[in-house]
Design a protein around this ligand. Structure first.
Ligand SMILES: C[S@@+](CC[C@H](N)C(=O)[O-])C[C@H]1O[C@@H](n2cnc3c(N)ncnc32)[C@H](O)[C@@H]1O
Length: 295
């Protein structure tokens, strides 16, 4: 856990060494020898710590030291690259930020979700798990395209995003600010309400903060069995009859998470009140499920 010391945030070398997959000794050597900029280390309770403001420099140096290519990102299709609408320009910029690969929806998956929104024409959209806002912008662009009056409530912890090698190659100190800035530049801020909170709390405070029944619920938050089950169970009662629920990352063998699969197998596949279709996704077959609440 980061430490607040004299109103500044510090991380211990031990906790920093874990996400970047180095031993504490290797990280110390790296800081002594491979980083040209001087990085201050502060002893807090006898343990060396680094100021949060210096993390970005360190992580960038670590990536290049480890030979991680700069261009790890989704392939952006020409139609998106060449589109002149503000939301498309913003998505292209976001896809060029390496924080978004592969945690965010790919362009193919985003286009699919946008198309679902355009076809279903929901009055109220709720998203659990916004990350940096890519999925949110795809859905909001769909609402904009059909000239709907609907808005999206997007819930996330919005914690600082650390790299987690070998899967995540980026650092973002303030994802909420990033998502808000992107929504603005996409011309879609009027469609999105971001909620920085745990989905468990939102489940408890739904009637106070969201009020209206959900017609389209996108669940892409806590991917553990327990987390995904509680998101489904806590929000399902607020989905209107005939409403849709979309689960992301349903194929554990590809995405590495088993929560959404568990929810489908344990709770949904034999439920006569639901219809469910599984969808292959590209370029990584993390998979999605589209569920309709029949009654
Ligand atoms: C895979 S990312 C979402 C990607 C995003 N939907 C996209 O396509 O751009 C999962 C997100 O869920 C959030 N999350 C995890 N557990 C959560 C919880 N209990 N409440 C709210 N958000 C949570 C994380 O902070 C993370 O940003």
């Amino acid at each position: 856990m980061p430490v607040n010391y004299e109103n500044e945030i510090f991380y211990s070398l031990e906790e920093l060494s874990q996400p970047i997959n180095m031993s504490v000794k290797e990280l110390e050597n790296f800081l002594d020898n491979a980083v040209s900029t001087h990085i201050n280390r502060k002893e807090i309770r006898g343990i060396p710590h680094i100021n949060k403001l210096e993390l970005e420099v360190i992580f960038e140096k670590v990536f290049s030291f480890k030979g991680i290519p700069e261009d790890r990102k989704y392939n952006i299709p020409d139609y998106l690259q060449n589109c002149t609408l503000p939301w498309a320009n913003t998505l292209v910029k976001m896809y060029n930020h390496k924080i978004n690969f592969p945690a965010a929806l790919s362009p193919e998956q985003g286009e699919f979700v946008k198309s679902m929104i355009c076809n279903i024409n929901p009055s109220n959209v709720v998203e659990i798990g916004c990350f940096t806002g890519i999925s949110t912008i795809w859905m909001a662009a769909g609402l904009e395209q059909i000239d709907s009056e609907a808005t999206i409530h997007s819930i996330d912890l919005f914690d600082e995003i650390l790299p987690w090698l070998p899967h995540r190659y980026g650092y973002l100190s303030d994802p909420l600010k990033y998502a808000q800035t992107c929504a603005l530049s996409a011309g879609l801020a009027h469609r999105i309400t971001f909620h920085k909170m745990n989905s468990l709390e939102m489940g408890r405070r739904f009637k106070e903060l969201i009020l209206h029944p959900i017609d389209f619920l996108f669940i892409d938050g806590d991917h553990t069995q327990e987390g995904c089950t509680s998101d489904f169970m806590n929000f399902y009662p607020f989905v209107s009859p005939g409403g849709y629920i979309m689960l992301h990352d349903i194929y554990p063998e590809h995405c590495g998470w088993d929560g959404p699969r568990y929810v489908i197998d344990e709770w949904l596949s034999h439920n006569p009140n639901l219809s469910l279709v599984e969808i292959k996704t590209s370029p990584n077959n993390f998979g999605m499920a589209l569920i309709r609440k029949l009654a």
